[in-house]
Design a protein around this ligand. Structure first.
Ligand code: PLP
Length: 255
């Protein structure tokens, strides 16, 4: 049985983001994906309409059902939806300190739609931050999590909150020709990578990157190696992403 990543993530009916992105990315990384579903969202490639979160009991029951059943090596979280679900995940992670944990601090969809109440989610994320092997915020999430505008101060603030490693994703920064990602471990910059900026908007790029990293960690890669594998893979699947309707975000072609 392949090493398994247990994802705490929501369903996106378009198949671009959320748990489908996780399953596809983790499959491509070589690991197996298991899912504890946090929410059912109503959305397409253009906008989020609504969502209904899973109860804390049902979420934990899903996770507990696969512990001991599958060779879980890593947990990955995306949309959590409610502060109760964040607290439930923290409880689960404290029961399993042996798992790596990739925290993608999802607050809003790339289309701009709400995936939970931002102010309360931000506060609740403080409990998860010290439990993560790595956090993967984009710069919008980084600023929201810390209340700091300046990126290096905001990153330092995450380490002050107990983070062990942070991959800052630069896709939302004003760099028209390139996207720069920066990986920090224990507060130190350990690598910076740049790739050309592709045209258009992508649905599920953040989920895909975090999940591929989780898959590679589950398979035994060091963090820096896992991140580089994931960045290279993501660029390839975004280059061939498929456009749905005019005005919709492109959907990465993950296989
Ligand atoms: N999780 C779910 C269920 C979502 O619907 C979304 C965005 O729509 C995300 C996560 C985050 O997506 P992205 O990878 O585009 O940031």
């Amino acid at each position: 049985m392949r090493p398994t990543v247990l994802c705490f993530s929501g369903l996106d009916p378009s198949g671009g983001a959320g748990l489908q992105a996780d399953i596809e990315a983790i499959g491509q990384s070589g690991a197996h994906a298991a899912i504890a579903c946090t929410a059912l969202t109503v959305q397409n490639s253009q906008q989020v309409y609504s969502f209904e979160a899973t109860s804390r009991e049902l979420l934990l029951a899903q996770a507990h059902a696969v512990v001991g059943d599958l060779p879980i090596r890593c947990v990955k979280s995306g949309m959590l939806g409610t502060t109760e679900n964040i607290a439930a995940l923290a409880e689960f992670l404290r029961e399993h300190p042996e798992y790596h944990y990739v925290l993608d601090p999802v607050l809003v969809a790339n289309s701009g739609g709400s995936l939970g109440d931002q102010a309360t989610l931000v506060k609740a994320f403080a409990e998860l931050i010290p439990l993560a092997t790595v956090l993967t915020p984009n710069t919008v999430e980084l600023r929201a999590l810390t209340g700091e505008e300046d990126i290096s101060k905001a990153t330092a603030q995450l380490f002050a909150m107990g983070a062990q490693a942070v991959l800052v994703k630069g896709g939302h920064e004003n760099t028209p020709d390139y996207i720069q990602n920066s990986l920090y471990v224990q507060g130190e910059l350990v690598s910076e990578t740049r790739c050309p900026r592709l045209d258009g908007e992508y649905h599920g790029s953040g989920c895909s990157l975090a999940s591929f990293i989780a898959g590679r960690l589950a398979l035994g890669d060091e963090l820096k190696t896992a991140v580089h594998h994931a960045e290279t893979w993501l660029f390839g699947v975004l280059k061939i992403a498929e456009s749905p309707v005019v005005g919709g975000q492109k959907i990465p072609k993950r296989f």
